[in-house]
Design a protein around this ligand. Sequence first.
Ligand code: AMP
Length: 215
Amino acid sequence: MKLILLGAPGAGKGTVAKQLTQLDGSVQISTGDILRGAVQAGTDLGKEAEGYMKRGDLVPDSLIMGIMENRLQEPDCQKGFLLDGFPRTIPQAEELKKLLVKLGIELDMAVNIDVPREVILDRLTTRRTCSNSECQAIYNVKSHPPKKEGVCDKCGSPVIQREDETEEAISHRLETYNEKTAPLIGFYEKEGLLITVNATSSEAVIDAIQKKLGK
Ligand code: AMP
């Protein structure tokens, strides 16, 4: 399947994407994961992106489009991909549209995961992430803690609170979402690709996607 996952930070895009990869071999492409990996590795991309990310600002569109143009042409994308956290602005969506035409790829749909703000705030403050950039498994201190406190179940690396998950950065990320990313809902509605799912469980989101895909 070839999907865009839309939704505020904490809506569950990453969790849904990870579960969908188990269904048909589609790959999760998270620009946030790619950028955090680059910051950790200290690459030029990471150095450029780090300040924006810490503040909860978006990284410039040109950097993101460079990453995505390369990533979408890697062979593992042929079975399908789940775009998690991209596009995040109207210019990114417009560039993506052109890129997909160029690559001869057709999207199945854009899924807007719509979750109440209280749930988002609670999730983001209690979310923990594996610090290994190759893993980046997601935990939650209340609903899904690692088996051993502070240690990733999957790879054994430390599980940490992301630097952009302080209260200040979270509220800035949500403002940025409302201002820059929420307009994509209208964009994909006009494209005839949008489905909106009001659900706080990843299973319900996945059910809605599968129904829409006729599976
Ligand atoms: P995420 O893990 O999706 O919440 O992304 C973490 C941070 O990475 C965001 O707050 C942005 O600073 C940056 N980022 C991720 N994806 C994008 C994107 N498509 N456009 C611009 N910045 C992004």
